[in-house]
Design a protein around this ligand. Structure first.
Ligand code: ZN
Length: 392
């Protein structure tokens, strides 16, 4: 079942709804409906709204207004994300989609700008749009006749909510907008990876702080946002660190070369394959057909997951070519190591075949990547040869 589905597109950018959003929309409608009286009082005091509270709390009115305000709020969130997206597009960064989920919106950039000026502009564009939406809602609020209490309530509330949204997003908790602004400023005077590390550390600290406030106020939403910020800060910091570590590293540098590869033949039984996996402690093998007339030929890749599809008692009756994957994901040896990592992550696979001129010359797996990353972090270089050169 897909986690999200497309509801349309704006400026060529697909707008998607995540399943978690369908939970949060009625919840927000309910919460706003519950608090209609205090909020109307606030609007009457703060904006001199002159709303007849009796008229908007009668019958099902609170729930209808709650739903209208909740939908309005999420329209505001989409516009906020469009602010980020259109600015990013102007700099030439493609946008995959805008997704509405549990905690609002996400604009998925396929690539992050490393130029601090571009990042600053993209990050700040969202909150600026939110302020403008707030101002627009306020203008409509003023324009609507006094007799339409419900419409004035929704517009007045949206005016406040959008400004609150802008201010909240400017909290410097990376990867929230304010945190990206902070990273952009930090990146002016230090390397991008260092700036990210520092912004992420501040983000995690603020996340812990937000979590504590959430616990004290017993606010589920605050705890949720804190949790999300913490996880997202850690993962983005790790990704940027990896990217910096692997800057000049190619797939060829860290792959397992073909000469060291363990391979199987298509006619090997699944039982024999599983036995080999046990003794060699490998979970993926390229399948090489050696009977081919023109010599060895790569015909597939077989993993433990493939083997597990066959019931243990029947594994003698099946051969590798019946369970192997023939839709092979390959990569060139001169590709960046980071490209290989992203390729594996996006397709949710554990290994890629390294192919040059149609020949299998190696295999790169997640464990190859992690080992290389460990070595880079400890020694500052990937291959022994380049270490020797610096020692000359
Ligand atoms: Zn934003």
């Amino acid at each position: 079942m897909p986690r999200s589905f497309r509801i349309g597109s704006l400026f060529g950018i697909p707008i998607k709804l995540d399943l978690t959003f369908l939970l949060v929309l009625p919840l927000f409608a309910y919460l706003i409906g519950e608090q209609i009286e205090p909020v109307a009082g606030l609007l009457n005091d703060g904006l001199a709204a002159g709303i007849d509270v009796g008229a908007i709390t009668a019958g099902t009115m609170p729930w209808l207004l709650g739903l209208a305000a909740a939908i309005g709020l999420f329209v505001g969130v989409v516009l906020h994300e469009l602010g980020h997206s259109l600015t990013a597009q102007r700099y030439g960064f493609p946008i995959d989609s805008i997704t509405l989920w549990l905690f609002g919106g996400i604009a998925a950039l396929s690539e992050m700008p490393e130029d601090w000026r571009q990042e600053l502009t993209i990050a700040i564009a969202g909150p600026i749009v939110s302020v403008l939406v707030g101002v627009g809602s306020y203008a409509l609020f003023l324009a609507v006749p006094e007799s339409l209490d419900g419409a004035r309530f929704v517009l007045g509330y949206l005016a406040i909510l959008n400004v609150v949204l802008a201010v909240f997003n400017m909290i410097p908790a990376f990867p929230m907008d304010g945190g990206r602004v902070l990273r952009a400023f930090l990146a002016r005077s230090r390397p991008y990876a260092t700036a990210t590390q520092q912004a992420a550390s501040i983000g995690k600290l603020l996340a812990v702080f937000m979590g504590l406030i959430g616990l004290m106020e017993s606010s589920i939403i605050f705890i949720g946002v804190a949790f999300f910020v913490y996880i997202a800060a850690s993962s983005e910091a790790q990704q940027v660190t990896m990217k910096a570590a692997f800057q000049d590293v190619t797939v060829g540098d860290i792959m397992t070369p073909a000469s060291d590869l363990h391979t199987v033949e298509p006619e090997t039984t699944v039982a024999a394959l599983v036995q080999r996996m046990f003794t060699e402690r490998h979970t993926g093998y390229p399948v090489i057909d050696t009977s081919a007339f023109e010599g060895e030929r790569l015909v597939g890749l077989v993993t433990l997951t493939d083997a597990r599809e066959i019931d243990p008692v029947e594994r003698d009756a099946f051969t590798v070519d019946e369970v192997m994957t023939t839709d092979l994901r390959t990569i060139a040896p001169d590709s960046d190591a980071m490209t290989a990592i992203e390729e594996m992550r996006e397709n949710d696979i554990g290994r890629l075949l390294v192919v040059e001129d149609g020949d299998l010359i190696g295999l790169i797996s997640r464990s190859d990547v992690m080992t290389a990353f460990d070595i880079v972090q400890k020694s500052g270089a990937v291959n022994p040869s380049s270490q020797l050169r610096t020692a000359d």
